[in-house]
Design a protein around this ligand. Structure first.
Ligand SMILES: [Zn+2]
Ligand SMILES: [Zn+2]
Length: 253
């Protein structure tokens, strides 16, 4: 399984793009950055997008991707998949003909460039050429992490979350998990804010490590750009298996 980091951050800054990962060229895990990280031919190859939750830093790239698809006239389309509250929020608050056109009816309602798929929580479902299990995590709006597995190897993706448990429990007994992609948004001194906003700090990650599958690399994403150096320094004091994901790099598991 190939994972290309399109955006590694929890916000936007110079050289910092919001969170998005491209699996095997065809599946997005979140879509905070898409069009700013891929060529048009690369964008047209995307078939599915898993959406952890309906916050802008995870979906803004899907908005611009829809426009690329809308003008391409090749028949390319993306199916956005997530749990019911996430898909409902996207339909009513984003692709609603107010904030952005309803690309689920463009160019025609019967052959749109954006399709929706509601995923069932805690159930393994086929999405493209992988298996996906959405598991609820601990954030301010309905959010799931994802377990993504191709039958041989897989990864766990936290989405945005404060301390959580169900996702890590769901991985117990699974073989072939090669990476945990885990969020961290704030430095330790902003712990009170992290608690309200339901995000991680390096100290919270230290406690989370005991719940994670042992000996699996923990790849950190979603650092807020303005705190990048401070958080990197604090993360550097954690276990060796905790590393910060590099934007634009492709990882193989
Ligand atoms: Zn976020
Ligand atoms: Zn969020």
């Amino acid at each position: 399984m190939k994972i290309r980091v399109l955006g590694a951050f929890g916000g936007e800054g110079l050289g910092h793009r919001p969170s998005a990962f491209l699996v095997n060229d065809r599946l997005l895990i979140d879509g905070g950055s898409v069009t700013g990280a891929l060529t048009v031919p690369e964008q047209l190859r995307i078939e599915h997008a898993l959406l952890s939750h309906a916050h802008l830093d995870h979906l803004a790239g899907l908005v611009y991707l829809s426009e690329t698809l809308g003008f391409c006239e090749t028949g390319a389309a993306v199916t956005i998949a997530g749990i019911d509250p996430v898909i409902t929020a996207l339909r009513s608050n984003v692709f609603n003909n107010v904030l952005w056109p309803d690309f689920s009816k463009i160019p025609h309602a019967d052959v749109p460039v954006v399709k929706y798929r509601t995923l069932v929580e805690d159930v393994e479902q086929r999405v493209g050429d992988v298996w996906v299990t959405p598991v609820p995590v601990n954030h301010t709006v309905p959010t799931t992490g994802f377990i993504v597995h191709d039958g041989a190897t897989g990864l766990m993706y936290s989405g945005d979350t404060g301390p959580t448990k169900a996702l890590w429990d769901a991985a117990r007994g699974l073989t072939g998990i090669r990476a945990v992609i885990l969020e961290c948004a704030f430095p330790n001194r902003l712990a009170p804010l992290a608690e309200i906003a339901k995000h991680m700090t390096p100290d919270l990650i230290r406690h989370e490590l005991d719940k994670l599958p042992p000996n699996v690399p923990v790849w950190i994403f979603h650092i807020k750009p303005q705190f990048a150096e401070e958080i990197a320094e604090e993360l550097g004091r954690l276990a060796d298996r905790v590393v910060f994901l590099e934007q634009d790099r492709t990882y193989s598991i």
